[in-house]
Write a protein that binds this ligand. Sequence first.
Ligand code: NI
Length: 158
Amino acid sequence: MALRTIRQLGDEVLTKKCREVKEMTPRIRELIEDMKETMYDANGVGLAAPQVGVLRRVVVIDVGEGPIVLVNPQILETRGEKTEDEACLSLPGKAGQVTRPAYVKVEALNEDMEKVELEGEDLLARAFCHEIDHLDGHMYVEKVEGELHDVVYEEDEA
Ligand code: NI
């Protein structure tokens, strides 16, 4: 396993549409493990493959309930609306208000290429939408209502 460099806003790779994963290979497994390690190292709640420069439809998420791996994820259903601050590892130190569905159901493949359905509310619903947007070359900053603002992380305050 290895940490990968997180690409920052302005990097062209973050604007590209990612390709589906057709079969699980040692290379994709390694990508997934590296993405988890990179996400935890950066204290993030999600990371999409293009953020480490790989244009494949792979996402990792952990909202504090353990790691979730989504391969070729698709949103099946959404309900409600919630407007909250959102941030991204590709734009550290910033956040902005984004409206997302309050409930999201996704279908994806797991690391063993088995079909899974997952439901999320609030932060998890937001993470599903945010990360899937990355796979289509979109960043949350395109959806921010009002201005981006600076974020002070708690660990910096200690
Ligand atoms: Ni992001």
